[in-house]
Design a protein around this ligand. Structure first.
Ligand code: ADP
Length: 357
């Protein structure tokens, strides 16, 4: 069993009337990359700031390794915690050169090796040629690399990253996050990263903690969360969903569209059937005998994928056709007005008890 690097237990925090964290308990083990994922305002940054010691929790315990760094009696300030911090705005000192910014992160280093440690850290992030430059002379990606070098240079036990790529454009973001992940793995640094971007969390994390309204909703590997979400909130965090009302009868959830197999609900239970756009397939799907007919309202080519707006031929209880969105590889681009057969991939379809979120 790997050693715990960071543990937060029963943490509560309020700002005035706003409850930012409600009984939050999370754990991060040696060498693990964990992402806090959730919508804006759900308490992710507050959790990270409390882990860092920038904020003191009103209730609960924070441990780094085997040491309690915060509880009702103790509160170790951020500078006395062996952590690295990287924020979205990089927070480099504008009046300090690249090397001095990194050396600032080593100001408590008593080994007399601060200069060489700072140079090593800058080499790790491929910024060794920029030692004498100032932050305003660097691109966003370069500044983020320096911020990372500054955080890594003291070899922290735990790295805390708050939306570290959100200031970068999409292509640079993919490149930098790939580099950062390799670097964190190479250093074996336990990392807690905050993001609202599910794809980013899936790319980076060994474990994702999904939060909403200051609470943990589900913890699991990216695949567990994607394929076994506990409710439609978690399913929806990975993208748009098609939703249908259903009623369980035996081992089926009956909807206006088609019947879906269910196992765990009693007859008469009202359910919500949730289908990812990727669950709808316009080509025959091996092993799927669930399908329906629909009219193509509109097709849009998005590059690798196409996005298709469908309207079911059958109607719901209010006598309306059911609108659905479907995503297919871009070569499938039916014309408006075409009638298509839509196959349903059951693995991407989830049935949840209605009003039990
Ligand atoms: P996230 O990082 O998920 O966007 P935050 O942790 O920043 O969420 O915020 C959680 C809640 O606490 C939000 O409702 C936010 O408005 C509130 N909040 C955060 N910081 C402060 C603050 N310094 N003063 C008052 N309210 C705050």
């Amino acid at each position: 069993m790997k050693r715990k690097a960071l543990q937060m237990t029963g943490v509560w925090h309020r700002y005035g009337n706003t409850t930012a964290l409600e009984n939050l308990s999370i754990a991060l083990h040696e060498g693990e990359v964990v992402c806090l994922l959730g919508p804006s305002g759900c308490g992710k940054s507050t959790a990270l700031r409390i882990a860092a010691g920038l904020e003191r929790a009103q209730k609960g315990i924070v441990e780094l390794g085997d040491t309690i760094v915060s509880d009702s009696e103790v509160h170790l300030p951020a500078e006395d915690r062996n952590i690295g911090l990287v924020f979205q705005d990089y927070a480099l000192f504008p009046h300090l050169s690249v090397i001095d910014n990194v050396k600032f992160g080593l100001k408590r280093d008593r080994s007399g090796m601060a200069e060489s440690k700072a140079r090593n850290a800058l080499e790790m992030v491929h910024m060794e040629k920029f030692l004498k430059k100032y932050p305003h002379m660097l691109s966003g990606g370069e500044q983020q690399r320096v911020a990372l070098a500054r955080a890594l240079a003291p070899q922290p036990e735990v790295m805390l990253l708050d939306e570290p790529y959100s200031g970068l454009d999409a292509r640079l973001r993919e490149k930098i996050r790939d580099e950062v992940l390799h670097l964190l793995r190479q250093q074996g640094c336990a990392t807690l990263m905050v993001t609202h971007d599910a794809e980013e969390a899936m790319f980076m994390a060994d474990k994702i903690i999904v939060m909403n309204d200051g609470r943990v909703i589900q913890v699991g590997s990216p695949a567990e969360l994607y394929f076994q979400p506990v409710n439609s909130f978690v399913a929806g965090i990975f993208g748009e969903l098609n939703k249908l009302n259903g009623l369980v009868c035996g081992n089926k959830a009956m909807t206006s569209l088609v019947d879906f197999p269910v196992q765990k609900f009693a007859t008469g239970t009202k359910v919500e059937v949730v289908l990812r756009p990727e669950a709808l397939c316009l080509l025959p799907l091996e092993g799927s005998d669930i399908y329906f007919e629909a009219l193509v309202v509109e097709s849009r080519l998005l590059g690798r994928m196409s996005y298709i707006h469908l309207s079911s031929k059958c109607r719901n209880r209010d006598g309306e056709n059911i609108n659905l969105h479907c995503k297919m590889p871009g070569r499938v681009l039916p014309s408006t007005g075409e009638i298509v057969r839509v196959y349903v991939e059951v693995e991407q379809t989830f049935v949840f008890e209605k009003n039990k979120q």
